[in-house]
Design a protein around this ligand. Structure first.
Ligand SMILES: [Ca+2]
Ligand SMILES: [Ca+2]
Length: 399
């Protein structure tokens, strides 16, 4: 926790000019202008409106096949799947000796909880919220191949069937927007697993979340979440997100974490169908160091959908009290960092320890405050006390 901020606070925007809050702006088709919601500014531009494509369905679809594919990619077109178009939220089949894929008798050899010799094809589209280099981490037992954008070269692959669960990274630079994604996989014998993680601009390594996966393998769709950003600003974190479509959207919950694993609710904002919408919020009290944020969309038609996790570094500001100028004409300035310290008490004693002057100072977000004690020229002892501590120093007034 930031020791200089006494209590966490989340006040609606209108209650506190620089406090926490949330806001939403709605883009109306064909309108241009500037909308302002207190802290939150949204510039909207006129856009051509093409025929409306359907709202994307989160997750991927899986086709499961009898038999092991032995790294022959033509296996998936030469054979008919035994199970088609099964919804899969994300590729998170941790290695196990149980039937973690739920394939049952699709496996050539299966006893309850021990399937061997099956293959799988997982397809859909990946929405990239922030353009730039990404690294995909393909973990599998046995072989697996990841393809993006229908490129015949895999971004990452684990070939063969002689290794235990193995993770292979592959780098790929992606434009913002939708990209086709296909993973080909097979389990020969023993345990089996398949996990797809990634990292990218502002994103720590994480499971590819269901909020950026869409189960339609091709064709135009309207993605739900198109942007989620968390940016450090004056020891606070500015959060913003945008949607193009919001059917069945009950609420957005901003969740935060200091370890990237355990998330707690920071605030929630009702969703607003049909979209598009833009939202913004502020975390006024992030911890020093790394803070993680993600968005949970609560929906009336299905389990929650999650955004990618964004990481923000808060660099602590050292406690500094500046008293100047030296020499002075009897008046002087006090300035305090970090700016979150809002007030302090000044006392001037003469050299015998008698209190000669006392004043409470409002520090106004780090701005220098002038002090006019109107005392005789001479040496004094200055005491300045804030929530962060007490400064004691000799001070020559009017010297
Ligand atoms: Ca097995
Ligand atoms: Ca295996």
């Amino acid at each position: 926790m930031n020791a200089f901020i006494p209590t966490p606070r989340f006040l609606p925007v209108e209650q506190r000019k620089f406090g926490a809050g949330w806001g939403r702006g709605r883009r109306a088709p064909g309108r241009a202008g500037l909308l302002c919601f207190g802290l939150f500014w949204l510039v909207v531009g006129a856009q051509a409106q093409p025929a409306t494509p359907p709202v994307g369905t989160p997750g991927l679809t899986a086709d499961y096949y009898r038999g092991y594919f032995y790294d022959a990619l033509g296996f998936f077109t030469a054979n008919a799947p035994a199970v088609s178009n099964r919804p899969v939220e994300q590729l998170n089949f941790a290695e196990a000796e149980t039937d973690n894929f739920g394939v049952g008798p699709v496996a050539t050899y299966h006893s309850p909880g021990n399937p061997d010799e099956f293959s799988g094809r997982f397809q859909g589209q990946l929405y990239v919220t922030t353009a730039g280099p990404h690294t995909f981490y393909l973990g599998s037992d046995d072989a697996a191949y990841l393809f993006l954008d229908d490129n015949p070269q895999p971004v990452a692959s684990n070939q063969g069937d002689t290794f235990p669960f193995r993770e292979t990274p592959g780098s790929y630079t992606l434009a913002a927007g939708l990209h086709t994604l296909r993973v080909l996989y097979g389990e020969h014998g023993g345990s089996q697993g398949l996990v797809l993680q990634y990292d990218g601009p502002g994103m720590p390594k994480q499971l590819v979340p269901n909020g950026v996966l869409y189960s339609q393998p091709q064709g135009p769709i309207r993605p739900v979440l198109t942007q989620f950003e968390a940016v450090a600003h004056n020891q606070q974190v500015d959060l913003s997100w945008a949607t193009t479509a919001e059917e069945n959207s009950v609420a957005f919950v901003v969740q935060k974490s200091t370890d990237g694993v355990v998330f707690t609710e920071l605030l929630r904002q009702p969703g607003a169908a049909p979209g598009p919408n833009s939202y913004a919020a502020v975390d006024p009290n992030p911890a020093n160091g790394r803070n993680y944020y993600r968005l949970q969309q609560l929906r009336s038609d299905r389990p929650p959908v999650y955004s990618p996790i964004k990481a923000v570094e808060i660099v602590p500001v050292p406690y500094v009290v500046s008293v100047y100028p030296v020499p002075n004409n009897g008046n002087f300035f006090i300035q305090v960092q970090p700016a979150a310290i809002q007030s302090g008490t000044l006392e001037l004693q003469d050299i015998t320890g008698r209190r000669m002057y006392r004043q409470r100072l409002e520090l106004r977000n780090g701005a220098a405050q002038q002090v006019r004690p109107n005392l005789a020229t001479g040496m004094y002892i200055l005491y300045f006390t804030t929530e962060a501590g007490t400064l004691v120093q000799k001070m020559l007034l009017g010297g």
